[in-house]
Design a protein around this ligand. Structure first.
Ligand code: NAD
Length: 333
């Protein structure tokens, strides 16, 4: 690309360029780099916009191995869905680290959904029982599709039960995704019915309180939780966290942001030392994952900027190879 020309990539470009399997591979690399401290990820900035019940997250990262700097800005607005608007809006900026030159700008709600789904795809592959066939999915919003695609990419699913507090949304989701993936997807009448038979549970909701009850869980279930990212909010009950084998994306961030862990720690039923490993340590073989078919495994991700910089760098490379996207000239006048 000529100097000062930046590639613009839309949501559709990203989805056309990168399959879920490729995203899982990228996220695997990102988590290994994270656990080996080979990617610089400063603490992300949470900027509250209280008048509009919004949060702006600014997530910088530096990937020395690829000579890339990434900065993602993601705005999460809880009242947007009620206004018919998406819950999140986001942009990803990619720069050449050796010169600081901008290389790409991409729509990042899709990038985020893809890398968050991929994180749970990786965790499911590493932690769920290989014979897992039944999945329960909580939430039928934007992230849900990617959660489902990721699990379907790593396990042979026979049936999926989807539960959303908005039943209509769950019904539309089930109809669309059954056609798209050729899977049996049904709407569950209640949270307890959704999890009763589940081998794998993924939660992708905007709930601030637990979406399921510990007593309903089957032995040996694997749980992925992506929804909450604030200390006072969570999707998974304390009893489950207390008895599960717990894995996270990045330990320090999870302990700062994940109410799913912070609340049980405050209650005295869990502690930071009980976190078994970062998922990157399991991916690289440094730490074991599941130890028995009876135990519950729990993966909590709050999202790490390393996922964004690794995936966006790969997507940018694919776009350049395939001539996708649009160039924009940012030369100085
Ligand atoms: N961990 C990460 O890296 C990461 C990345 C992106 C988004 N997220 C989070 O994922 C969550 C979902 O995002 P989205 O874009 O899909 O939002 P969305 O608004 O499109 O969908 C959320 C869905 O959750 C449903 N819901 C809320 N409470 C529920 C409950 N108790 N039981 C069942 N369903 C319930 C809503 O009805 C809605 O359909 C958000 O909280 C977002 O912050 C996390």
């Amino acid at each position: 690309m000529e100097a000062n020309k930046v590639l613009l990539l839309s949501s559709v470009d990203i989805l056309n360029l990168c399959s879920m399997r490729e995203a899982i591979e990228a996220v695997r690399e990102a988590f290994i780099l994270t656990s080996e401290n080979r990617v610089e990820v400063p603490r992300r900035i949470h900027l509250d916009v209280p008048q509009s019940k919004g949060t702006c997250l600014v997530m910088p990262s530096y990937l020395p191995d690829r000579e890339k700097i990434g900065v993602k800005i993601i705005n999460l607005y809880e009242e947007n869905p009620g206004k018919g608007l998406p819950f999140s809006h986001a942009l990803m900026l990619v720069f050449e680290a050796s010169t600081g030159q901008p290389l790409g700008i991409m729509e990042a709600s899709t990038l985020t959904a893809l890398r968050t789904g991929a994180a749970c795809g990786l965790a499911t592959k590493l932690l769920s029982r290989t014979e897992s066939m039944k999945m329960a999915l909580f939430g039928a919003g934007f992230q849900a599709r990617f959660q489902l695609e990721a699990v379907a990419a790593v396990r042979s699913l026979e049936e999926v039960l989807v539960f959303d507090q908005d039943r209509k949304r769950a019904e539309q989701f089930a109809a669309q995704m059954s056609d798209k993936l050729g899977l049996k997807i049904r709407v569950a009448d209640s949270a307890s019915k959704a999890v009763a038979e589940a081998d794998i549970i993924s939660t992708a909701t905007t709930s601030k309180v637990p979406v399921l009850a510990d007593k309903d869980l089957k032995p040996g279930v694997h749980i992925n939780a992506i929804g909450s990212y604030k200390p006072a909010e969570r999707e998974i009950p304390s009893e489950t966290v207390a008895r599960a084998r717990v894995f996270v994306d990045k330990k320090d961030m999870a302990l700062e942001e994940a109410g799913d862990l912070i609340i049980p720690i405050k209650e005295g039923v869990f502690s930071a030392e009980k976190i078994v490993a970062e998922i990157g340590e399991v991916a690289s073989g440094k730490k074991p994952g599941r130890l028995s078919s009876e135990e519950i495994t729990f993966f909590k991700t709050v999202g790490v900027a390393a996922q964004d910089v690794v995936l966006s760098s790969r997507v940018l490379k694919m776009a350049l190879e395939k001539g996708a996207g649009q160039e924009f000239d940012f030369s100085r006048g």
